[in-house]
Design a protein around this ligand. Sequence first.
Ligand code: ADP
Ligand code: MG
Length: 362
Amino acid sequence: MIGRGQAASGHLIYRGGEAFNYHVELSPAGIALIRPPTIRFRSTHLNSIMTKTRDFLGPYRLTRLIRVGSTAEVWEAVEENTKERYALKVLKPSLASNKGEIALLKHEYNVAKDLSSPRIIKILEYREDSGRPMLVLELFSELNMKQALRRGPESLAFMLHQIIEQAAEGLYYMHTKNWIHLDIKPDNFLVSRDGTVKLIDFTIAQKKKSGLAKLFHRARVAKGTRSYMAPEQIRRKVCDERTDLYAFGCVLFELCTGKPPFTGDNPNDLLNKHLSASIPAAAAYNDNVTRDFSELIKSMMAKKPENRPPSMWEFLKMFRAVEIFKKRPRKPEVSVFDSMPGIKGAEDMIIKGNTAGLDSES
Ligand SMILES: Nc1ncnc2c1ncn2[C@@H]1O[C@H](COP(=O)(O)OP(=O)(O)O)[C@@H](O)[C@H]1O
Ligand SMILES: [Mg+2]
């Protein structure tokens, strides 16, 4: 039996913002942090911990902390009545009454309301429980593309064509609904072991501007993620789907070389490279990348939007006509997805029985 603020064993290990919790800990709010990949609990033990801790937000029982970001915690949760599993994106306690952050969360919900595609994560509702504003999301693979790349790019390489195609389709779909994402990066695509991809995180998405709105446009602050920001986004000019295309080009570069196209000694240095450094060729960093694919990526990263492919649709057409690699990478014997508990692919999203929300014991 452990009390609030105590841990049963070990500590939470945070690495690059990821939470690896190999033990049971009760936060001061009485929330159980449980991660069983290395230590597994008998479900009776797990259940008794769960019921004792009142680790609920509304009808959702929090079962696992997936990730802690700068503003929100993402939890795996089970709806007690239906036993369905969801992901909850909950504002951190310190930001729970921050009006700006609440507005961003509501904005994210409003963007997602417009979007219905298997390539885009579904957001079911915005709600507040126990003073915690949150989004209820469809639960999907626990690895985002960045994590998968960092832990073992070969787990993605052999199915990269499918991964890129699905990521591009998600973004293309979003554009057809007149939204631009503006924060395209590997962290904002979820990937499952069978290569299914879903686009997430619509916090700074904007409606595409047209006509007069374009003329009077003036962004107050430049938002985005520096490693993937297009020149027009950095300069706070009007952005459109080609801004996402630039960022997507940077993602493709990283997917096949393991590193983003530009790095800098400091933030300004990095931004300046997007603005004026010559565009690197992926083939120069990985000699298994074909010239055609390397050139396609370079065209997406053109400094001027008019020199990029005009739309994700055009990109998809060109992409379907090229090979990524000269020699097809083999499926590795050990995959980064092997060590992931719970969800193994789309099939595992289907709830089977009462304890399906918990990681089964082995
Ligand atoms: N629906 C989901 N299912 C599983 N994991 C998710 C889900 N949504 C987000 N995550 C995990 O949480 C991380 C942060 O989510 P995101 O919406 O990008 O929040 P932030 O605004 O903090 O970047 C993602 O990179 C992913 O690892
Ligand atoms: Mg994100």
